[in-house]
Write a protein that binds this ligand. Structure first.
Ligand code: 13P
Ligand code: SF4
Length: 333
């Protein structure tokens, strides 16, 4: 067991050889049954993982599912802050993450000690933190939000309430503009949503005049200004299904195109190009999880998310508030 822990600390996952002929889909499905395990996956996971998952959702949907599941083991095919949220809500369940190094540039942009000092300079401000943050930042927050429910959460507060919004400055700026608030914004951002090339996207729009540009609010303001629709991953997926348009330029991580294309096979989805030589835009953290790592992690029940109980309780309060407000507003992710 110690060998495993050392290896996980170094590599982030158990580097065990898997028989190349093994049918990973049926092996994972068998493990789900024998261990009473549920696989929760984010839309940015690779298509194979989405296909084997029991539930696919955005950050709100995944937190809501984690809060209500009766499985004994939650296997989180997503990134670290998502698995941490599941553990915060399920202290007695085993929460597994296929690769512990699946982090998040946005969560990394808010170190807890620096954020704490910033918060102390503004004692009259309420702290709303985007769920893409560490449990330490959650513990320093009053309410957590996701891109699905941020507006509903703001609408539940008096217009003159002073607010610090962390860590995503793009989502915060978008919300300030939409709600007329003047929230103080932490200077964090997601590397995946900031790398889109406005110039290439404008050219794409010219070449595909019927296509609508749909974008995640983690994108920069200049891109959001020319978007036809802005929303969380679930909202973008729903919009692409219900809108009569047949062509979409999608400005978020490319993993979402799998479900968009599956739900609307007759429509065309073009990934918005990034500011580099790649044609699409993958999150390097999300894509650390693979079907093989998922299988190994379920078989050995490692790597597991663990958490200090005092920290867990402090981080749970603002998540509970988010879940209550979302329920009252009838929001599901
Ligand atoms: P949502 O899934 O809540 O839209 O968030 C997107 C994201 O960047 C997750 O890491
Ligand atoms: Fe973090 Fe951005 Fe990756 Fe989401 S897409 S996990 S916000 S780095």
């Amino acid at each position: 067991m110690n060998i495993h822990i050392d290896e996980i600390e170094k590599k982030g996952f158990l580097d065990i050889e898997v028989e190349p002929t093994l049918d990973l889909f049926s092996a994972i499905n068998n493990l789900k049954k024998t261990k009473n395990a549920i696989v929760l996956a984010h839309y940015y996971q690779e298509p194979d993982i989405q296909d084997v998952a029991d539930f696919i959702g955005d950050s709100l949907g995944l937190a809501q599912k984690a809060a209500t599941t009766n499985a004994d083991i939650i296997v989180f095919a997503g990134v670290h802050f998502m698995a941490e949220t599941a553990k915060i809500l399920n202290p007695t369940k085993k929460v597994l993450l296929p690769d512990l190094k699946a982090g998040c540039s946005l969560a990394d942009s808010a170190p807890a000690n620096i954020f704490k000092a910033f918060k102390e300079k503004h004692p009259d401000h309420l702290v709303i933190s985007y769920i893409n943050c560490t449990s330490e930042i959650k513990a320093l927050s009053d309410i957590i939000c996701t891109s699905s429910n941020a507006e509903a959460i703001l609408n539940s507060l008096p217009q003159d309430q002073k607010i610090i919004f962390a860590p995503d400055k793009n989502l915060g700026g978008y919300l300030n503009k939409k709600t007329g608030r003047k929230m103080l914004l932490w200077n964090g951002a997601c590397m995946v949503h900031e790398i889109f090339s406005l110039e290439k996207i404008v050219k794409l729009k010219v070449r595909n005049p019927k296509a609508q540009l749909i974008a995640h609010p983690e994108c920069e303001e200049a891109l959001l200004n020319i978007a036809d629709f802005i929303g969380s991953t679930t909202q973008l997926l729903k919009y692409s299904q219900t809108n009569s348009c047949n062509e979409f330029i999608v400005a978020t991580e490319t993993g979402i195109l799998h479900k968009m294309q599956e739900a609307s096979p007759h429509k065309t989805f073009i990934p918005a190009p990034p500011n580099n030589s790649c044609a699409c835009n993958d999150c390097p953290y999300m894509k650390l999880n693979t079907l093989e790592k998922l299988y190994i992690c379920m078989q050995h029940e490692l790597p597991e998310i663990t958490m200090d109980e005092t920290l867990r309780l402090a981080a749970k309060k603002p998540i509970d508030r988010m879940l209550e407000i979302s329920k009252a507003a009838g929001l599901v992710g």
